[in-house]
Design a protein around this ligand. Structure first.
Ligand code: SF4
Ligand code: SF4
Length: 409
């Protein structure tokens, strides 16, 4: 059930429509049901019993990137983000989810099954790619532009404690996340190398599981709850300086979604709130360590794309830019519309490839106009979407910390 506190939100909507022009989905589709205002009004009618939850209502609710642009632009303070997620959970409770999605989200919550599947995925990667991916694409992304799976999960590549060679000046817990663990091992290596080079000890709890955000966002809160409980047990920060995260989405989950979901499910959210206060995106943590004194010149031009889950969900704008600007000889160029969603939106680009492609096209054009050699972004979902849509092989999509590690080596 949607909580009383959230129900009240629908009555704060004054139907001004200020959320519509900045909604990337509405700007592609131009119909009321796809707009944030339309969704709030539909949710209101469902709550008041004037409409029934239906497959069509579900499809409209999922025609949304959950980019939070509407939430931050609403003058009445309607928390559309929480409202739409809670409504999705209601839809799943009533209508369920398609089998393939249930299977995928259940897999993400099984810490024994997932590595097993990934092992066979790596072994059979080449034939599977051509067999499974419809018409050689995954949503908008051509199969040839998908990253290869890591040689081994990152969690198997390091001991639980990785200490700096020199004197220790700090200690963090590292939440690795599925994308770094299975797809982008270079990001994880860069996080650990950079932290160690600055005298920070890195503790990597081995039994950590998927943050649960994908399942929670799809409305499968019971599955998300399993992951939330396990991660809360493992990530008791104790005397660590911070719990660092290299993925914008995992960071949002740990910083605030855990507490929101537990609260809305009537569970005790105290431990989640305590954890949330200790979580820092890697860019936040590193930018406080005066990184410039560790860096050698790297020649090139870099631009930066703001992930929705860093900028709007966590309010992080300057730290990743400051890190990039601190690299000697690296020219930083701001792209037009850096804060606009890339069109990925997790499962969105699979479910709505045409809408996603229209949004991503603008992002690619803005990147090309900068003449940058690197596009940095702190979200693996944005990375997949941007890399998958860039036609230019000379532009590399990286995490900011990868460029930092390059400047340290
Ligand atoms: S900006 Fe806020 S108040 Fe205005 S229509 Fe959108 S949700 Fe309603
Ligand atoms: S979250 Fe983003 S895509 Fe969804 S309704 Fe709001 S602005 Fe539109």
């Amino acid at each position: 059930m949607i909580s009383e506190q959230l129900r009240e939100q629908v009555y704060s909507c004054i139907k001004c429509g200020l959320c519509m022009n900045t909604c990337p989905v509405y700007r592609q589709l131009y119909f009321e049901g796809a707009s944030p205002r339309g969704k709030v009004q539909l949710i209101k009618k469902i709550l008041e019993g004037e409409l029934e939850i239906s497959a069509y209502f579900s499809s409209l609710l999922h025609t949304c990137l959950l980019c939070e642009t509407c939430t931050v632009n609403c003058p009445s303070g309607v928390d559309l983000n929480r409202l739409m997620k809670a409504a999705r959970a209601e839809v799943v409770r009533k209508l369920g989810l398609p089998l393939e999605k249930r299977a995928l989200y259940s897999l993400l919550s099984r810490n024994r099954l997932l590595p097993f599947f990934m092992f066979w995925g790596r072994t059979l990667e080449t034939p599977l790619r051509s067999l499974i991916l419809k018409e050689g694409r995954a949503g908008t992304i051509p199969a040839t532009r998908l990253p290869r799976l890591n040689s081994r999960p990152l969690l198997d590549q390091y001991p639980q404690i990785v200490s700096p060679a020199g004197p220790r000046v700090g200690r963090v817990l590292y939440f690795v996340g599925c994308a770094t663990n299975y797809l982008f091992e270079n990001v994880g290596r860069a996080v650990i190398t950079t932290l160690n080079s600055m005298g920070i000890e890195v503790i990597i709890p081995r039994a950590q599981v998927c943050c649960g955000f994908p399942a929670g966002q799809a409305g499968m809160r019971k599955i998300a709850l399993r992951n939330i409980r396990q991660n809360l047990e493992l990530f008791d920060p104790g005397d660590a300086d911070a719990v660092v995260v290299d993925c914008a989405t995992c960071g949002t989950a740990l910083k605030k979604e855990y507490a929101n979901i537990l609260e809305e499910m009537g569970e005790n959210a105290e431990a989640a709130r305590r954890l949330g206060q200790k979580v820092q995106d890697i860019s936040e943590y590193l930018s406080k360590l005066d990184p410039a004194k560790y860096l050698k010149p790297v020649r090139g031009r870099v631009t930066y794309h703001d992930p929705c889950h860093l900028l709007r969900s966590q309010g992080i704008k300057e730290p990743p830019r400051n890190l990039l600007k601190s690299i000697p000889d690296m020219e930083f160029v701001e792209m037009a519309g850096a804060d606009v969603c890339c069109g990925g939106g997790g499962a969105f680009q699979f479910d709505h490839p045409d809408v996603a492609a229209g949004i991503t096209k603008n992002k690619v054009q803005a990147i090309m106009e900068t003449g940058a050699h690197f596009v940095a972004t702190g979200c693996p979902g944005c990375r997949l979407q941007i890399h998958g849509s860039l036609g230019d092989e000379s532009i590399k999509v990286v995490h900011p910390v990868e460029l930092l590690a390059l400047a340290i080596s």
